[in-house]
Design a protein around this ligand. Structure first.
Ligand code: ATP
Ligand code: MG
Length: 232
C-alpha cells in the first residue's frame, strides 16, 4: 500500500449510550477517512465524543450503525474474531493517562504486545530495544513507571504503541500535561513514523501546540464531525 491510500474509512457511524434511562447520542452519523501516513487531530470540547470516536476507529467498541473499512476490508460489528486479530496486529494505542502496568519495567511494558502476538523472545528483545531507542529511552528500560518522569512515561506508552509496527496509532491526548520540550519530542516522533513508515495517527487533543504539526484538524461538536472526508 502506498502513501495517500485509504487506511480507515468510517461511514454514517452513530453511537448512543443509555444511562439511568437517558439516551446520550455521543456520535451522530460520523464520516471519517484516514489515509496512510497521515496525522489527523480530532478536537472539540469535553464530552463532544472524541474518545468514543477513537474507540470505534481502534476497534475497541462498535458503532450502533454505519460502516467501517480497514485497509479496504469491511469489519462488521459481529466479526469479533477478525476485529480482535486486526486490533492486536495493526493498531497501537496511547491512552489518556498512560495505562502502563506499574509492577512491570519499561522494557516489559513495551514487550507485552509482542508477547501477546507470540513473537519469539530473541526478536522481541531486539524490537523492544529499537522502540525504546526511538523514544530516547534505551538506557531506562529497567525502570518501573514510578521511577520515570511524566514525559518519560508517555514515551514508554508511545514505544509500547509502536513496537508492533502498527499501521494505525490511536492516541488520546498524547501531549496533555507534558512540558513544551517533551511535547515537541513526541510530535517529532509521530511525524517521523508517519513519514518514514507510513504509520497513520488519529489523535484526540486539546493541545494547541500539536495542531500545526498535524496534517488535518477535525472538529467534533456534540457528536457531529466536521470535514471528516478528504476533499479531492
Ligand atoms: N460508557 C459510557 N456510558 C455512558 N455515557 C458515556 C460513556 N462514555 C461516554 N459517555 C458520554 O458520551 C459523550 C461523549 O463522551 P467522550 O468520552 O467520547 O467525550 P470526549 O470528547 O472524549 O471528552 P473529554 O475531552 O472530556 O475526554 C459524553 O456525553 C459522555 O458523558
Ligand atoms: Mg476523552
Amino acid at each position: 500500500m502506498r502513501a495517500g491510500e485509504p487506511l480507515l474509512s468510517l461511514r454514517g457511524a452513530s453511537k448512543s449510550y443509555t444511562l439511568g434511562g437517558n439516551v446520550i447520542r455521543a456520535l451522530k452519523s460520523v464520516d471519517l477517512g484516514l489515509v496512510r501516513g497521515e496525522i489527523a487531530a480530532i478536537t472539540g470540547p469535553s464530552g463532544s465524543g472524541k474518545s468514543t470516536l477513537l474507540n470505534l476507529c481502534g476497534l475497541l467498541d462498535t458503532a450502533d450503525g454505519g460502516e467501517l473499512l480497514f485497509d479496504g476490508e469491511p469489519l462488521p460489528a459481529g466479526d469479533d474474531v477478525r476485529r480482535t486479530a486486526l486490533r492486536r496486529q495493526a493498531i497501537g494505542f496511547v491512552f489518556q493517562g498512560f495505562n502502563l502496568v506499574p509492577v512491570m519495567t519499561a522494557h516489559d511494558n513495551v514487550d507485552y504486545p509482542l508477547y501477546l502476538l507470540g513473537v519469539p523472545a530473541a526478536e522481541r528483545r531486539a524490537r523492544v530495544q529499537e522502540a525504546l531507542a526511538r523514544v530516547g529511552l534505551q538506557d531506562l528500560g529497567g525502570h518501573k513507571p514510578d521511577q520515570l518522569s511524566g514525559g518519560q512515561r508517555q514515551r514508554v506508552a508511545i514505544a509500547r504503541a509502536i513496537v508492533k509496527r502498527p499501521r494505525l496509532v490511536i492516541a488520546d491526548e498524547p501531549t496533555a500535561n507534558l512540558d513544551a520540550q517533551t511535547a515537541s519530542q513526541i510530535v517529532g516522533l509521530m511525524r517521523a513514523l508517519a513519514h518514514n513508515d507510513g504509520t497513520s495517527f488519529l489523535v484526540a487533543t486539546h493541545d494547541e501546540r500539536m495542531l500545526p504539526h498535524c496534517d488535518r484538524s477535525l472538529m467534533l461538536d456534540d457528536g457531529v464531525l466536521q470535514g471528516g472526508i478528504h476533499a479531492h
